[in-house]
Design a protein around this ligand. Structure first.
Ligand code: RTP
Ligand code: MG
Length: 155
């Protein structure tokens, strides 16, 4: 899907299995809503190893790869698509650094976790990755098109 730039930019966010088990879903959704982003899709998914191997294709040769796949398939994740101005970059700032130990308080990882192997949340690292990840995790029919609906009560 092309054309999702500017205010219509989209990113893929997933609350990882530890975040779901620790009941951080509401808090994370709240932060994205309050920041002013629009929710485009949301579902609870038990990711297959096949899906995860595509999602983490670029990390396939890393020493932590198999640990990462076990972690991500240890329970359901909450997969989401959020839309808004520069949402890819802003979401990464809201998440904090990959290693929670390097994440500032006020960021999601900086507030809720301490270990890189259990870092609560995923966010796409570029507009291109976001497009790939959205196509991998969602069908087109699962994505809400805000542009073509009446949103009179949303500023
Ligand atoms: P994410 O994709 O989950 O948003 O995280 P990221 O871009 O900040 O980091 P990335 O390099 O894409 O790594 C993906 C996930 O792999 C786990 N990881 N473990 N043991 C380690 O050194 C290590 N490094 C990365 C983390 O769960 C990381 O989020
Ligand atoms: Mg990444």
């Amino acid at each position: 899907q092309s054309g999702w730039t500017g205010v219509n930019e989209r990113t893929f966010i997933a609350v990882k299995p530890d975040g779901v088990q620790r009941k951080l879903v509401g808090e994370i959704v709240r932060r994205f809503e309050k920041r002013g982003f629009k929710l485009v899709a949301l579902k609870l998914v038990k990711a297959s190893e096949e899906l995860l191997s595509e999602h983490y294709w670029e990390l396939r040769n890393k020493p932590f790869y198999s640990t990462l796949i076990s972690y991500m398939s240890s329970g359901p994740v909450v997969a989401m698509v959020w839309q808004g101005l520069d949402v890819v970059e802003t979401a990464r700032k809201m998440l904090g650094e990959t290693n929670p130990a390097d994440s500032l308080p006020g960021t999601i990882r900086g507030d809720f976790c301490v270990q890189v192997g259990k870092n609560v949340i995923h966010g796409s690292d570029s507009v291109e990755s976001a497009q790939k990840e959205i196509c991998l995790w969602f069908r087109q029919s699962e994505l809400h098109r805000w542009e073509s609906s009446s949103t009179n009560w949303i500023y």
